[in-house]
Design a protein around this ligand. Structure first.
Ligand SMILES: [Zn+2]
Length: 419
């Protein structure tokens, strides 16, 4: 079986794609641009070499290639060919091109008819580089896209998202019709470079992803009183910065108590912001992330309570404003176990880790399709940059392990005991 899979072919495809769609600054496959359209045509040509594949673009501009199987239930393999401007050569397209190789292998092994239907999807505009809204195609397909917000999005040149979509043959009003594609979806798999340093620091090639973090993002404003820095005794001050400053240390204790959560105060502004006045108003932003929703809620509660305590202690007021929120998306436990197995069988060692960044998989998971992701180590732990890279041996290993995972998922879908 493994003889039919040629991971080196995936590496050759990636290099060909890089030569075709990159320049000295990196990948230039920004969604809905001419380079992206040319990328899709190139992908279609690769897939046309596999006889009998059905291909179409759905109502949201996602591209699907389907290998019909003995049973109608479908294994989905996804990724995105679009990149940020000056992007890396692996982000998104490694997933798709590994999927192409798996389709080649399945087609050869089963004479064109695998036990279950296998579908490869290239999601449209995962990166959101042009309109500032990521996961466009997958969120439309999952039904979670906020239409009113998306309708008003514009790029730097003033072109609206609906106009850019019309330009590539997609009608904005109909994008959620793409949800029909998930009708028979029994499992969704996505391979991705890690984009962080966890596997690199552990010196491991591959990891099974537990899910994507939930996020709570708030602005916290402390209101005190401006007063002359010379004439106001220390015990008479209502110093908004003092309360905010206590928060900056407290979030480290909150994150530590939560287990694997992270908290960040990314900005702090003061008014009046002059050297001779006590701070009247201090606004900080807090970003909290956790894979477990109860733990995320606890982190948020603890931060609120701490802010109220510090406000009382400092004789100031505090107000909270939610900026953004998304629930954690834990992946399917049985698929995580299969992913772990596939990695162990390929590399002899595996690791389970959450994903800080969101991926299309989070949308598919949110739509109720059993989902798992596999991460491959990123050199430098860096992505969205032309220096993004992965060792060739790790690229080969990830194609092999991902192919094994596909086989295990097919057997899992086929197993009547699953339900
Ligand atoms: Zn990506």
């Amino acid at each position: 079986m493994t003889l039919l899979l040629e991971p080196r072919r995936t590496i050759a495809d990636l290099m060909e794609l890089r030569a075709l769609t990159g320049n000295e600054n990196g990948a230039q496959r920004v969604a809905f641009t001419p380079v992206w359209v040319a990328t899709r045509a190139w992908l279609r040509k690769k897939l046309e070499a596999i006889p009998g594949l059905e291909m179409h673009t759905d109502a949201a501009g996602n591209f699907w290639a389907t290998l019909r199987g003995e049973c109608g239930e479908a294994l989905l393999i996804g990724g995105h060919m679009d990149s940020v401007p000056n992007g890396g050569w692996l982000d998104g397209c490694l997933n798709v091109l590994a999927g192409v190789e798996i389709l080649r292998r399945l087609h050869a092994q089963y004479a064109g008819r695998p036990p279950v239907t296998v579908r490869l999807v290239d999601w449209a505009d995962e990166e959101g580089a042009r309109f500032g809204k990521s996961l466009f195609g997958s969120s439309a397909c999952a039904g979670s896209l906020a239409m009113d917000e998306a309708r008003g999005l514009k790029d730097k040149g003033g072109i609206t998202l609906p106009d850019a979509l019309a330009n590539v043959g997609v009608q904005f009003q109909r994008v959620k019709d793409s949800g029909v594609e998930l009708k028979n979806a029994a499992a969704y798999l996505e391979l991705h470079i890690e984009q962080g340093p966890v596997l690199l620091d552990l010196d491991l090639p591959l990891g099974a992803v537990l899910g994507t973090f939930g996020v709570e993002r708030h602005a916290i404003t402390f209101h005190g009183q401006a007063a002359h820095s010379g004439s106001t005794p220390m015990n008479r001050r209502k110093d908004a910065l003092l309360a905010a400053a206590k928060m900056s240390e407290e979030i480290y204790r909150i994150a530590a108590r939560s287990g694997n959560g992270v908290c960040t105060i990314g900005s702090c502004t003061t008014k009046p912001g002059i050297v001779t006045s006590v701070v009247e108003e201090c606004r900080i932003t807090l970003d909290q992330r956790h894979l477990d929703s109860a733990s995320l809620a606890a982190m948020l509660r603890e931060a609120r309570e701490a802010s109220e305590r510090f406000a009382r202690e400092g004789n100031v007021r505090v107000a909270w404003e939610r900026l953004w929120q998304i629930d954690p998306r834990p992946f399917h436990p049985e698929l995580i176990a299969l992913c772990d197995e596939a990695i162990m069988e390929t590399c002899g060692v595996s690791h389970r880790l959450p994903s800080g960044p969101l991926h299309d998989a989070a949308e598919v998971c949110g739509a109720g399709v059993p989902t798992v992701m596999m991460f491959v180590q990123s050199l430098h732990g860096i992505s969205h940059n032309k220096i993004e890279d992965t060792k060739e041996a790790h690229l080969e290993a990830c194609v092999m392990a991902f192919d094994r995972l596909a086989d295990k998922a097919i057997a899992w879908i086929h197993n009547p005991l699953r339900r």
